[in-house]
Design a protein. Structure first.
Lengths: 296, 296, 296, 296
């Protein structure tokens, strides 16, 4: 299939590699020539502009951009995708942005005859390389079926979350909960260990009890509990604290717009923010346990 | 085996029933004659006082009391267990109390030659009836082995958490995390649904993603998501909000004593407390989602 | 002096009245004809557009708009103020918006030779009518002196807070603290009264002790303590909860941009948001004490 | 007047000095011989035990002890005050403890014919030396009048807060609010300065606006704003963070007992607790602003 890919970032390189390996033709554009080089080294063709990608004979265009303002500009700006794209090209935005913006852009696309999916991704650079990403997809089910051939070579699942914007809703809700549970595990593990428990034993108890969660059984923040979690490598790699702050910011902003309180969510955002303010924003978000551990 | 059982409460009846069914002889004492009757109807013998139980030819005494002050009184008070019990009788306190008090009482028991285990229980009245309770056990491993014959007829597992008091530490740490994740799930589910997602779909996404936790995949608080959770029956039964407040109080009190901050834990305690103050303390703690749902 | 006034809202009417009483000529524009009528009834002249105000022979233009996006549009949009205003006209934005947006607009104004002040106002509609508003002013001191003749007829003080944007900074910092202290007073008064104190006596003790604050000694939220606070009239009038949510939103948003944590501030925002979600957003923000009072 | 004084601590020395200077005879007891020496150097007589003080011909006994358990022991223990004191001796407990314990002890005193006042004190060691303490007094008004001759030489005011225990209620409510406002000022000042304001100017604006509070206008935590606040001397002296944690602990504990939520209060307690856990518990509580200031 002919695929356009705009906005590569750190994850775009491995994603492009996987698509090319699966036999797709890739036309890529990114402001960073380094990011483009990773993709062209893997066999992609470089385009000179968003407009060139939009105007070429692609069947699908995938975008992955840092924030809503970039998404709006790339789609709706002068010389943006919508200005040049042929009808029937399927548009997939894999950025993580707020649901309302995603719905606005999708509505604009639909107005001129292009189906659009929001498909934020989870799994990080590791998942991108391994092809085990999860896509949370908002839009028409039929459009998701058209996209599966591409999404399936990059990820292990693409979940249909409902109409436009719902992929973003699912991601923001999931990551809100993730941000909270990680601090919860940090508090519970730190307290238990300070009170005299062995961290591995405590994690085992929790993982077979009602406190069980992904943050405790798959990504435990306490050093020494798991060999393959960021805690085992000084909290490098993984999902950066500053990215968690961004996602919690999307959650609290969306909550404000719909008049919904988020007591633990908003407090969690501030706790990560205070941690980042101390220069730790690049560490994996599970490093938040350092806030609670006196020796560190 | 000859077993003494002091402090039956709601769970003691079914626990006694299961022990008697397994062939044990039970001598019970409780201030409530109703609670005693449930046990004697199941085949237990009633004792007239704590001292009578302590002075009889039992091999194990199990206690299950509301708070640390009762435990101290029953064990260390005039006419308490320690005043009359024969050496070598194994003492098991299944109450949920603070770890420091548990260690104090265990040390007093040990001084006069009685081994003691702290073995707080989770699983609720349902688990007590079904014999699927979990015991989190602090004390000597050898003493736990002596107790297994009895614990195993009441529960599905008895986890050794380390020396005296560690059963309480494990329980307090687990329930701290549970109290936090339940509010986290309430915030995430409420936000996602308000933003347009179907609650069942959202729960499915979360349960296969990094937000996954027992509060979402086993005990989801959103009405309509699970058939067998308290949310499906108006939040009746289950684990009462006031019990969660008690456990979070044990966590924040223990944290204060060891100088450990619990930001989300303390805030969660207050959120449940505010909910209880509005007359909802008897509802299952997952009813806290009502705080976040505008229609309710 | 010839003055243009764009964006009247609820407070613009009395402000216009005071300026006209002081002998100024007023040319006003607002999208709401009702708001315009209040001003023209007081002696102002109505303009048909922003451009008409900008193009007329005024010495000062005052704007007072709901949010940053309106300010940007009115100043920087096509047919906006900057497109048509003569150099040397002093621009005063009395809106409450985020400091960064205020600085952007001021920089744009300066580029084409217009001095601009940000001058958010506190004191509410009551202060507008009485002419006792406070203006917190960012910009050049000399420009503030040029504006004093006008600001002084509307308010009792105009404080110079530093360069462009600092008026907004001062307002956002003050209202952040106000939002927190009001909840603090609500918690302290509710707890003290529940524990057996007379509310008036408790307020007196606090007001002569280290808990003293404007929220306790001038605007006490407990009913019966003060005759002239919103608590004495069912929390009507005053400073609406939804406006406090807006201001706390500006604070947490600005804090996120500069990587500063706001633990109590963010939690306070959510507490007001939860209160508003229950349909109370129109009540004065001191009504937040209802969250803590069981009888209400 | 003949006065017994039990439990001197840091403040008892200067308080004893002031009483002796005013012509009173003082019989003192403390477990620390250093503390006793300060008082005897000032002219007091040392007693060998609580019982000796209780049994001597005093008209008033003042106690000032670290926590409720000490108060109960000193009054109600074997050889405690109530076991030996003559009827009509007025008992004044100047300790800061929870209201319920204060009421219990006062009721026990009253049962055997001794009037008792709870009179927790604020003002710190500085106020003790200068004789400018504030006493918040619970008990009968007539008993307070009997005590005024003594209290007035130690403090600048003794406020009648209502019946027994209400002195403690007033103190706990005031200090709850104080603990919150200090963090509120820390957040507001830090945010404002990070956004570009001069700290002195920001404090001036706040102090004449609705954010005004004792923590900003009398005890501002931002270095450089006030010459005589702890911030000007590295946060030494003043009211220690660990004492604030104790008082907030009394507030949250009392709130739990009466089923009252304290969202900001409980979170504030944890914020101070986290600060103390990093080894800063001896600093004045206004040092909490260090949590928010990146350069520190």
């Amino acid at each position: 299939m002919q695929i356009g890919f705009i906005g590569l970032g750190n994850m775009g390189g491995p994603m492009a590699h996987n698509m090319i390996q699966a036999g797709h033709d890739l036309l890529v554009f990114d402001l960073s020539s380094d990011a483009v080089k990773v993709a062209t080294d893997a066999g992609a063709t470089a385009a000179g502009s968003v407009a060139e990608v939009a105007g070429s004979a692609v069947e699908i265009i995938i975008t992955m951009l840092p924030a809503a303002m970039h998404v709006k500009q790339v789609y709706q700006g002068e010389n943006g995708i919508l200005a040049g794209v042929a009808p029937q090209v399927l548009l997939i935005d894999a950025s993580t942005i707020d649901p309302l913006s995603a719905r606005e852009v999708a509505a604009a696309a639909q107005e001129q005859g292009n189906a659009m999916l929001d498909a934020p991704v989870s799994g990080g650079t590791g998942g991108a390389a391994a092809g085990t990403l999860t896509f949370m997809v908002g839009g028409e089910a039929a459009d998701l079926e058209r996209a599966r051939g591409v999404l399936d070579v990059m990820g292990k699942q693409a979940i249909h979350c409902g109409p436009s914007g719902n992929g973003q809703v699912a991601k923001v809700a999931n990551n809100l909960l993730l941000g909270i549970t990680m601090i919860g595990v940090s508090e519970a593990m730190s307290l238990g260990v300070t009170l005299g428990m062995d961290p591995k034993v405590l994690a085992e108890v929790i993982n077979t009890s009602s406190g069980r969660c992904w943050s405790s059984d798959t990504y435990n923040p306490f050093p020494g509990v798991m060999d393959n979690a960021p805690a085992a490598r000084g909290y490098s790699g993984g999902f950066g604290t500053d990215l968690m702050i961004k996602d919690l910011g999307l959650a609290t902003e969306a909550a404000k717009q719909v008049g919904q309180p988020l007591l633990l969510g908003a407090l969690s955002q501030q706790i990560y923010q205070g941690f980042s303010a101390k220069g730790q924003g690049q560490l994996d978000f599970s490093a938040i346990i350092k806030n609670y551990r006196q020796e560190e």
